[in-house]
Design a protein around this ligand. Structure first.
Ligand SMILES: NC(=O)c1ccc[n+]([C@@H]2O[C@H](COP(=O)([O-])OP(=O)(O)OC[C@H]3O[C@@H](n4cnc5c(N)ncnc54)[C@H](OP(=O)(O)O)[C@@H]3O)[C@@H](O)[C@H]2O)c1
Length: 245
């Protein structure tokens, strides 16, 4: 069974939908009940199996309640995709970043990832198996003057969290890997990034297009699968060649 946090929209919805298509029981998670229902209904209509649950990933009590509900209804989570997050701020000069915006970026990405994993890791260790996928960003893969710094810094921290954890829990049969997408054409980005800018961004990718949520979902499926049985502690750039490190 797979739980994909932040699967009410965007990349998470595509990951959960692909996992369900491949036969996994999936848990759709978010805060927007209508959006979760739409994703759940789409999966069920296609013959897949899904339940939905709401929780704020910045609150440990919410996450614990979610874990109890999910385990009660579907059993243990074998695969955890800690995808929920995003940048609460636009890029700007560091000294103009408010303390509140800084804390929101760290809370909503780094702390949320830590808390999510903290909830589900003990069960995986007990069962001596499991897979965890975290979500970084191209913003954390190389410096750029136009980067949203609090978000980029929080995502970079998720990468070392992923790798330290992979080193800790490898002996428990648990693999932990991280995805780092460049700009992905989610519904939100389609609306927020003007067409001319989308075209300019695409031109910066050797593969000459922007990524889709499905591109990221296929990378997640690979890391989750037995095809990646010997892979742990990596940060996989899903970036059309725009990031090469
Ligand atoms: N899109 C990109 O270009 C891109 C590039 C690199 C990395 N990423 C990363 O990929 C992940 C998904 O991004 P996306 O573009 O698909 O974002 P999105 O379309 O904005 O969706 C974000 C998802 O996360 C959930 N979420 C956010 N904060 C939450 C919180 N505190 N508690 C519970 N749920 C929360 C949202 O739930 P509700 O909407 O239901 O509240 C939603 O399902 C993020 O970690 C993001 O940083 C995205």
């Amino acid at each position: 069974m797979a739980l994909v946090t932040g699967s009410s929209h965007g990349i998470g919805a595509a990951i959960a939908t692909l996992f369900a298509h491949e036969g996994a029981n999936v848990v759709i998670h978010g805060r927007d009940a209508a959006a979760m229902s739409a994703v759940t209904a789409g999966i069920r209509q296609a013959g897949g199996s899904a339940m939905q649950v709401a929780a704020d990933v910045t609150r440990l009590a919410d996450l614990e309640a979610m874990r109890v509900q999910v385990e009660h209804e579907l059993g243990p989570v074998d695969l955890l995709v800690a995808n929920a997050g995003g940048s609460p701020t636009r890029p700007g000069p560091l000294e103009q970043t408010s303390e509140e915006d800084w804390r929101a970026a760290v809370d909503g990405n780094l702390t949320a990832t830590f808390l999510t994993i903290k909830c589900f890791l003990p069960g995986m260790k007990e069962r001596k198996s499991g897979g965890i996928i975290t979500m970084s960003s191209a913003a954390a893969r190389r410096p750029h003057p136009g980067s949203p710094v609090p978000y980029a810094a929080a995502k970079a921290a998720i990468q070392i969290l992923t790798q330290d954890l992979a080193a800790q829990v490898g002996p428990d049969g648990i693999r932990v890997n991280c995805l780092a997408p460049e700009t992905i054409l989610t519904e939100r980005n389609k609306q927020q990034i003007p067409a001319a800018q989308q075209q300019a961004l695409a031109g910066m990718h050797p593969l000459r297009r922007l990524g889709t949520p499905e591109d990221v979902a296929r990378a997640a499926l690979y890391l989750a699968s037995d095809n990646a049985a010997w892979i742990t502690g990596i940060v996989l750039d899903v970036a059309g060649g725009a990031v090469m490190v």
